[in-house]
Design a protein around this ligand. Structure first.
Ligand code: ATP
Ligand code: MG
Length: 405
């Protein structure tokens, strides 16, 4: 569908951008509140296409768009645009606003509504200075947000970039799309968190179920891995992805992300040590003395870079889960922990003493499982006169301290 919309008659419009995966009452309340406060004539919801910071399942693009249409249908001031959904490649806000400006009158004011969290990261967006000069930002805050830090960022953006940013506090609604997806997986009710027609749509198409872990993107990645890894390694890879998916369900983590991270964790295992060293040099990956002496650990750090460059993974959490899957590190994210332990316990792993215990612990208390796994590795290495990587030691200390707190 080629949608050409014209906004010439308006003097004040606002863009509400988001993945809307799915759209929920938090988004709607924020948009309606800001509209009233600032006297905005039209709020245009623009579901993202392929944002550089989020790996969303591409199969869901059309669903996300249609759910946004359903959610906004009863508000005469709201509409939905396909501007980003229909764009190929990565979508950047600056391109969207530029496109929108062409369809508005010269004196039309454009606002961009976003959560306070997004404002704190705005300097990481493409061409932030230009963006700040093209539209006014409205950051919706909720009681509980760190207002001090936010105000500091806002005044910095004002001083340094002449940006206009308004903070508006909206009623406390701690609804998030992530939480809604997790509730669906756990068979919990999502009633009243989003409009009932969106809820009906989700149920009608059985969205956000575990079986959704098939997509063109995943199939392409599998095909490539199948061709570069040995068949044993490929089987292990599928096992880790599957195990990561199960653990993600258990720990309320995005299952699609966990599956992707599991699938790609060993994507750099196909290289010889010599090739790994050459690639690290090429990509400026710093190797410490330990890694140079134990090159079998390099594939994790190199793998994160390969996943980014060759498999188009942009989500930092996925990339870190790949980078630290062998060593672990202090303060691991839950996704990092999941991939670390999935690698240890996946069903095709050769049996070793203690494997059953770690398998059981993984689903009871993932931190304890990692402590056991690291101690087990330490014992195994000691017999071979090898030390645990300093990152692993730190991870162990960190988890043990946390356990004793
Ligand atoms: P996810 O959990 O997948 O990150 P989300 O619920 O944050 O999803 P997005 O589509 O990422 O939804 O959000 C779009 C915009 O709406 C962002 O600027 C976000 O900060 C804001 N937003 C999300 N949830 C709320 C809410 N409950 N109240 C106010 N603003 C929200
Ligand atoms: Mg979000």
């Amino acid at each position: 569908m080629n949608q050409v919309l014209n906004y010439q008659k308006y003097k004040k419009i606002a863009v509400m951008g988001g993945t809307f995966n799915p759209i929920h009452n938090g988004h709607l309340v924020a948009a309606e509140f800001v509209r009233q406060e600032l006297g905005i004539e039209r709020v245009i919801f623009i579901p993202t296409g392929n944002p550089p910071h989020k790996n969303t399942n591409p199969m869901y693009n059309e669903h996300r768009y249609l759910m946004t249409v359903l959610a906004t249908v009863n508000n005469p001031h709201f509409e939905v645009s396909r501007l980003e959904i229909d764009r190929q490649g990565y979508t950047y806000t600056i391109d969207t606003i530029t496109e929108l400006k062409k369809r508005c009158s010269a004196d039309c004011k454009i606002y961009f509504i976003s959560g306070a969290d997004a404002i704190l990261q705005i300097l990481q967006w493409k061409e932030p200075e230009k963006l700040l000069s093209m539209c006014e930002f409205v950051a919706v805050t909720r009681p509980g947000n760190n207002i001090k830090e936010l105000e500091k960022t806002v005044s910095m953006l004002k001083d340094k970039y002449k940006g206009k940013i308004t903070l508006i506090e909206i009623p406390a609604l701690s609804i998030s799309s992530t939480n809604i997806r997790h509730r669906i997986l756990a068979n919990k009710s999502i009633k009243y968190l989003l409009p009932s027609n969106v809820e009906d749509y989700i149920h009608k198409f059985s969205l956000y179920q575990a079986e959704d872990i098939t997509s063109k993107e995943i199939e392409k990645i599998k095909g490539k891995l199948h061709s570069i890894l040995t068949s044993k390694r490929y089987k292990h890879t599928l096992g880790v992805a599957q195990e990561a998916l199960q653990l993600a369900k258990r720990y309320n983590v995005d299952t699609y992300k966990a599956y992707l991270a599991g699938l790609l964790h060993d994507c750099a295992k196909c290289y010889t040590n010599k090739e790994k060293l050459e690639l690290c040099k090429k990509y400026n990956i710093n190797l410490d003395k330990f890694l140079l002496e134990n090159p079998e650990l390099i594939h994790s750090f190199l793998g994160a870079k390969i996943a980014e460059l060759e498999y188009n993974i942009t989500d930092f959490d996925i990339l870190n889960a790949i980078a630290y899957h062998t060593t672990g590190r202090e303060n691991m994210s839950i996704l990092e922990k999941i991939v670390f332990i999935a690698d240890y316990i996946e069903p095709n792993r050769d049996y070793f003493d203690g494997l059953d215990k770690i398998r059981e612990l993984a689903y009871k208390n993932i931190n304890t499982a990692i402590i056991f796994a690291l101690e087990n590795t330490m014992k195994y290495l000691k017999n071979r006169n090898i030390k645990l990587h300093p990152l692993g030691k730190k991870a162990l200390m960190y988890l043990k301290e946390e356990k004793n707190e």
